[in-house]
Design a protein around this ligand. Structure first.
Ligand SMILES: C[S@@+](CC[C@H](N)C(=O)[O-])C[C@H]1O[C@@H](n2cnc3c(N)ncnc32)[C@H](O)[C@@H]1O
Length: 271
């Protein structure tokens, strides 16, 4: 997936990263005084949540997209405990064992070779330091998107089928697959869990407006299909939302798979 605009991405999906980040940090077991790497930092939701834990952490955020790095730096109000720089996960610009922990929030699904990225995260983390990641359960745990796709299928089935045919199949389809990536990368004490957040929308507009913001290929698709069907996509999607409160608000529960393990470095053999 490519992301074109950090502010729009933040309104569409980044707002939910912010909700998920504190749970992910607790699962990752970040301790006081640690220096933590935030891989694929995007708009910096995880970095800011780390700074807000009250623990004396320092954070280095990396992302290959310069616009995200700039956004994250600005959003952290130039907090001197956080630094951001442009880099892909697969080749990190740090010495071995620089960090106490390396985390990736909702990034692995973007990577062609997640095992290589996780090995690299382990390389820059001290012996025994935690390497953790999580990603949305796009299979069964993301009604915010699955409702949209159901509506799109109802109004433009051929377009949805054509798009699906062009979309590469997902490499990670459950916590077991994530654990397998961690083991292949040589990590010890691998554990997984499922994290859950309520996505609270104050109105249908609050839910739908970000789909029209053009932040990602999904939102570009939404905008195209909605205008081609003269608003039928929006009306259909509105009809699929249930359990709406009298004030128009509603909640969609979202789940993410999380995995953590410990870095293990080969010992230098005795001469
Ligand atoms: C879904 S966003 C998540 C961003 C952020 N972690 C969050 O939770 O809001 C995925 C991020 O992965 C970044 N990304 C894409 N390819 C990457 C790579 N090879 N290495 C590191 N990050 C990558 C994107 O630029 C984007 O910021």
């Amino acid at each position: 997936m490519s992301f074109s605009d950090p502010a729009r991405y933040d309104r569409f999906m980044g707002r939910w990263s912010r909700c998920l980040a504190p749970q992910f940090i607790r699962f990752s077991g970040i301790g006081d005084g640690q220096r933590v790497l935030d891989v694929g930092c995007g708009t910096g939701s995880l970095a800011r949540a780390l700074l807000a834990t009250g623990k004396e952490v320092r954070v280095d955020g990396v992302d290959p997209v310069e616009a995200f790095v700039e956004y994250a730096r600005h959003a952290a109000s130039n907090d001197e405990r956080a630094v951001f720089r442009a880099s892909p996960a697969e080749t990190l610009p740090y010495d071995d064992k620089t960090f106490d922990a390396a985390l990736a929030l909702l990034v692995l699904q973007e990577l062609a070779d997640p095992v290589q990225a996780v090995r690299e995260m382990a390389r820059v983390t001290r012996e025994g330091g935690r390497i953790a990641a999580c990603q949305w359960d796009f299979v069964d745990g993301m009604p915010m998107l699955s409702l949209f796709w159901r509506a799109a299928e109802m109004v433009a089935p051929a377009k949805v089928a054509a798009r699906r045919a062009k979309t590469p199949s997902r490499r990670v389809n459950g916590p077991g697959d994530l654990a397998e990536v961690w083991r292949q990368a040589g990590l010890a004490d691998v554990a997984t869990t499922i994290l859950e957040i309520p996505m609270r929308f104050c109105s249908f507009e609050d839910y739908w407006r970000p789909f029209r913001a053009g932040a990602t290929p999904t939102t570009d698709f939404a905008e195209t299909i909605n205008s081609e069907t003269e608003g039928k996509l929006e009306r259909t999607l509105r009809g699929l939302i249930t359990d709406i409160e009298p004030d128009g608000s509603f909640v969609l529960r979202a789940q993410a798979w999380a995995v953590a393990g410990c870095a293990r470095h080969a010992r230098a053999s005795a001469a």
